[in-house]
Every structure is written in C-alpha cells, then in structure tokens.
Design a protein around this ligand. Structure first.
Ligand code: BGC
Length: 270
C-alpha cells in the first residue's frame, strides 16, 4: 500500500460490509490514508476484529460495529455509536451487498426482498443517516472541502443485464438512480455522492467464477484487459473518490472493470 497517511487525515469513515472482500480492502486503504474507520459487519465478528487489530497495530484508528444495514433501527444505532466514539462522519462507503441467485421463474419473494433489502435499502438507510449528519455539520475547511462524501459500491450489473440474478441486477440498477438523485439534491450543500462499479473482482461473492482454471478462462472472455480484478483495484479508486483530489467529481459512476462494460463479445462479431 503506497498511500499518504495524510491524504484523509482527521477524517472519519464508515465502511459497510467491511469484514471481507472489497469492503475490507477499502477499509484498510482508507485507514492507511489517515482516516479513522468503522468496520461494519453483519456476522463475521472475528474477521472484523482482526482487521481492527491490524489497523491499530499499524498506528491507525479503527473500531468494529455490528449492524444489518437493511434494518432501520440497527443502522441508526450504528451511526449513534460511531458519532459517540468518533464525534462525526466525513466518508460513508456503502459497500454491504450479497447475491441470492436463482432462475427468474423460481426466484422466491424472500430471495428478491433479501437482496433488495441489503443492497439497495441498506444504501438508502446509511446514506440518509450520513446525509443528515453532513447537513447538520457543514464543511470543516481544515478537514475537507466537502461537507461529506458518499461512495456507493455498485457493479457492472447496474448496466449489464444478468440472467439468473435479476434481484442483484435490479438492486444495482437502483443504486445508480439512488446515487445520482441524492447527488443532485445534496450537491449545493457541498456533499459529493458517487459510485464505483466493480467488474469481476476476486472475492468470496464470486469464488466459483474464478477458482478453477476453466472457470477463470471463461470469465476472462468477458474481460478485455485479460485479468480478473483484485480488491486493491477498487480500494485505490475509493481512496481517490473519498479525497479532495476528486473534489469536482459528483454524481458519477466510475467503472473499475478491466473493460467488461465494453461488450467484448462484439470485438469480432456484430
Ligand atoms: C458480482 C460478481 C460478478 C461480477 C461480474 C459482480 O457485481 O457480484 O459475482 O462476478 O459482478 O459479473
């Protein structure tokens, strides 16, 4: 990690779903860039504590807070605890997300509701709490030129339809309009809201898509850069979007996908 420990100095960040995968990497990078971080987790208490310990051992600041982001009371309790421990919030990374895959006609209402609940409603609930706090506090020029930053972790599936995953693709499409509408509403208050849309990144959520040579070879046919992404690819983009280096970037989606959204099937076809 080659980040300046001063880039986000004095800033307080909450990363949801930070006990593994992309959320974990973002939390580690934000902490290495000087932010005090809340590692939100749902059920992996030990994993979350290990990340907290690692960050503290590297002289960073971190705490772990359990909450199911799809539950309003749990989100509000998490924010209260963060404000009690850290005093404020400057950066929210809306990362918690899951898949419950099923052929469309067999998809249960429970599979639909669980995915929409965590991936979309969870982002709404957390963004609303962060937005309220940003508005109350306003800009602190010695900390950041923004009153607050929200980064929504979306997916290439906010634009690429995905058979067998309609709940997931719908949640990510929803995040796009959620993010842009919040950005439009809060930009005059110096609040920046953006998304990162990862492509195929090696994490537990898609292990079966890359953990055998055959699966990886199939996946690479969808990726013009011919490399499955790494969590660090996403974390580096998150540090930039959280920092004042991206001060004029608002309401946009940054695709970090090795070109997956370039429709590589058309390279020698169509
Ligand atoms: C999904 C992964 C998938 C990737 C590319 C992500 O949003 O969570 O399972 O491999 O999109 O299709």
């Amino acid at each position: 990690m080659s980040y300046s420990p001063y880039l986000l100095k004095g800033q307080k960040a909450l990363i949801t779903g930070a006990s593994s995968g992309i959320g974990e990497a973002i939390a580690r990078y934000l902490a290495a860039s000087g932010a005090a971080v809340v590692i939100n987790y749902h059920s992996e208490a030990e994993e979350a504590q290990k990340i907290v310990d690692d960050i503290r051992n590297a002289k960073g600041e971190a705490i772990a807070i359990q909450a199911d982001v799809s539950k309003e009371n749990e989100v509000q309790a998490m924010f209260s605890q963060m404000l009690k421990e850290f005093g404020t919030i400057d950066i929210l990374v809306n990362n918690a997300g899951l898949q419950k895959d099923s052929p469309f006609v067999e998809m249960s209402l429970n599979q639909w509701n669980t995915v929409i609940g965590v991936n979309l409603t969870g982002q709404f609930l957390c963004a609303r709490e962060a937005g309220r706090k940003f508005l109350r506090r306003g800009v602190q020029p010695h900390i950041s030129s923004a009153a607050g930053k929200i980064i929504c972790i979306s997916s290439v599936h906010e634009v690429i339809p995905w058979a067998g995953h309609v709940n997931y693709a719908a949640s990510k499409g929803g995040i796009n309009m959620l993010m842009r509408s919040i950005a439009q509403e809060l930009a005059p208050h110096k609040i920046r809201v953006n998304s990162i849309a990862p492509g195929a990144i090696k994490t537990p959520i898609n292990k079966s898509a890359w953990d055998t040579p055959q699966a990886e070879a199939n996946l690479l046919t969808l990726i013009p850069s011919k490399r499955v992404g790494d969590v660090d690819d996403i974390a580096k983009a998150a540090v930039w979007l959280a920092s004042d280096d991206s001060d004029y970037v608002n309401g946009t989606t940054l695709f970090v996908d090795g070109g997956m959204t370039l429709y590589p099937g058309f390279t020698a076809n169509g």
